[in-house]
Design a protein around this ligand. Sequence first.
Ligand code: NAD
Length: 474
Amino acid sequence: MQDFDVVVVGGGPAGYPTAIRAAQNGLKVACIDAWQNRDGTYAFGGTCLNAGCIPSKALLESSELWHRAHSEFAVHGIKASGLTLDLAAMQKRRAGIVKYMTGGIASLLKAAGVTAIFGRGKLLAGRVVEVTAPDKSRQLLRGKHVVLASGSIPTELKSLPFDGKQIIDSWGALELSVVPKRLCVIGAGVIGLELGSVWRRLGAEVVVLEALDALLPMADAQLATEAARHFKKLGLDVRLGAKVSAAKPGKDGVSVRYSDAKGEQTLTADVVVVAVGRRPYTEGLLGEGSGVTLDERGFIKVDDHCATAVANVWAVGDAVRGPMLAHKGKEEGVAVADRVAGKYAHMNYALIPSVIYTAPEIAWVGQSEAQAKAAGVAVKIGVFPFAASGRARAMEGSAGFVKVVVSQSSDELLGVHIIGPMAGELIAEAVLAMEFRGSAEDLQRTIHAHPTLSEALHEAALAADKRAIDNINR
Ligand code: NAD
């Protein structure tokens, strides 16, 4: 039995920051991870680095460049002919980035003095974690504190079980070695739209089947409407209200049965990507007598501070309630690592930014116009289109807008919604302003460099008081 101050189970974007911050706080820390890649290697970084955020961003970037080379270069006066797609090279780059970044996590853990162990952790009674190594050998670690950060896995549909070839999850969809002629994506959520965009840009015919009647219901309605327009322009065939009932793989592809407002439908696709959400990953995590319980949806039960019902056992990230986002898990982990060291920590769940890495990019923080109104708040709205931004025009990125939702009585910023170039970067200013409970006037009085995309946020804040300078519809 080895003793530690903190044992972290899981080395993904929630677990590894927990371990590093705990070590920074002078504690003796172990971090265990069982992630195994398809080539058999073990790696830290979890889904985000190995099979999610990072590889998808690599392919989104590559495929966007390919798309722009065809659709946009000529506008810049660049005549490109004979362009060919080397998917193997594109995938090699993606794999290289993943390898570099996951290797980086191992180095970060080492530099922080964290004992990093590859193996599967199981919590037993008394904050003892049994670790089974890849060679099946076992060791016991005891923590004064244990932090569970076991993450999530793709939800499987009973009617479409994964076969790893024709019916695949998001990880499989990142590692395709040929561009499918016909791709069907089940679920128009974040993963479905991002991966659908990648393969559409690379030439696949893409149909996205979404059970709900609305696209992106969690986003501000104006943003969702604008996004739908751009997906259509890209050629993503998003079918709403489409409930999938069965699929049959065959020699000519997978036959997918679904029903929509028009009745029973069938389509055939070479590859089907199931992206209907993710569920907490807790299989084999909780041993007899651990005392930690799950809620009715399978999430590890925690309070507002990520404490489980067992003293000094905590849980963070995708395995607990709240949005399944790497940055949410990271901040929860850091907060727990500070709490166990006796420091003050706070996590503001109301201001977790959301980003969808499509083109144009989509990002928001805080309340949508409808949410604010439903809460009975009188709001003023400011919108600024990127079409009126010189920088966006110069970038050939004039689609989309910034929208601010502001309290009429207090002028406080309640929500910021962006669709357009670098939306995921621009939203950070809004998060910061709102973290300080900033007002529209605060943004109005903040000097934004010219010409930058960030001026669009400045102008949207001005537009909330009908004082925009650069837009005739002020
Ligand atoms: P999601 O919950 O975002 O979307 C799943 C979609 O599938 C929903 O719209 C749902 O209505 C639909 N659906 C469910 N069952 C269906 C069925 N039988 N037929 C048709 N449609 C069906 O889930 P996701 O896209 O799989 O992503 C999983 C998690 O990963 C999310 O929490 C997401 O936030 C996170 N993620 C985030 C990012 C990002 O921040 N950019 C990227 C990827 C994943």
